[in-house]
Design a protein around this ligand. Structure first.
Ligand code: CP
Length: 317
């Protein structure tokens, strides 16, 4: 695996999940694999889980990892080729990326979408510019449209908690939010769970919040949330802004918030969310503090997801 930008970069998903679970059981088992290799973690946007879990994963593999918060500490980057840089941007990716290529052996990059320029966002313009100009293997820490390390951690969490007798029913439900949120986590979860093909997958959302079909194809779409939740084994709660009416908040219907009353209609579903979460907006306190909540376990599994992916990338170098 040279780059890790989406589920499409993974040739054997079951194997990758197994590797992650092996690292969870024995974090130090490959502590020499990354010896002498330097990982640069480049953030245009804030992070708690992604930043720390990826650093820990690199450390477990014997790599050195350095974080650079471009968004808050660095010169403001320009991504557009051929632009006259007479505005706010100070450093072009064409200049910054080759410099990073001199300092590091692998780059990891987080960038969010504009939510105004769909063509640029869905073309993964910023991520592709880094790949093009750095010349290094690149690991996505969340891009304009996808969050593959999160999705891998989500599948690891389902794998280790599901019953072995039964294909689980997994429901991805839209939740209210106070502002426009990227489609990344929802797109990515759909892409990964479809590729995994070991669950019955249902997506529920209000009309107008349909996701890009390139990721959801194969999933059942159910506009009636209550119906979708019937018999669910896992409920993944997440807000996203509209894909077709790009980046818009079409409704903010509080009745879509997952709560205990709705949970009673499920098959004692486990509750998932990638975090950070707005309590009592997206998910009620009673759901987040519930014994069936997996949110902390999911975040913990981010370390093993990152470690499995970094190990694959190191083996390809
Ligand atoms: N879930 C997730 O990516 O969290 P952070 O934004 O804190 O990294």
């Amino acid at each position: 695996m040279r780059h890790f930008l989406s589920a499409n970069d993974v040739s054997d998903l079951d194997q990758l999940i197994q590797t992650a679970l092996q690292y969870k059981a024995n974090p130090q088992k490959d502590h020499q694999l990354g010896k002498g290799k330097r990982l640069g973690l480049i953030f245009l946007n804030p992070s708690l889980r992604t930043r720390i879990s990826t650093q820990l994963a690199a450390e477990n593999l014997g790599m050195s990892a350095m974080v650079f918060n471009v968004g808050s500490e660095g010169w403001q980057w320009e991504f557009e080729d051929g632009v006259v840089m007479s505005g706010q941007t100070v450093e072009h990716i064409k200049d910054a990326a080759p410099v990073l290529g001199q300092y590091f052996d692998l780059l990891a990059f987080r960038t969010f979408p504009t939510l105004t320029d769909k063509v640029k966002d869905y073309g993964e313009y910023a991520m592709q510019q880094l790949v093009k100009y750095s010349g290094l293997p690149v690991l996505s820490l969340e891009s304009a449209t996808l969050h593959p390390l999160q999705s891998l951690a989500d599948l690891i969490t389902i794998k280790e908690t599901k019953s072995i007798q039964k294909k689980p029913k997994v429901v991805l439900t839209w939740a209210p939010h106070i502002k426009a949120i990227p489609q990344c986590v929802a797109n990515s979860f759909a892409q990964w769970i479809n590729k995994w093909n070991q669950a019955t997958f249902v997506i529920t959302h209000p009309l107008g919040y349909e996701l890009d079909e390139q990721f959801t194809i194969g999933a059942s779409i159910e506009y009636d949330q209550q119906k979708a939740l019937e018999g669910a084994d896992y409920v993944y709660v997440k807000n996203w802004s509209a894909y077709y009416d790009y980046g818009k908040v079409l409704c903010n219907d509080a009745s879509w918030m997952m709560n205990k009353k709705k949970w009673n209609n499920t098959n004692e579903a486990k509750i998932m969310h990638c975090l950070p979460v707005r309590r009592n907006v997206e998910l009620s306190d009673e759901m987040l503090d519930f014994e069936y909540s997996l949110v902390t376990q999911q975040a913990g599994n981010r370390v093993w997801a990152a470690q499995a992916v970094l190990a694959e990338m190191l083996k390809s170098m």
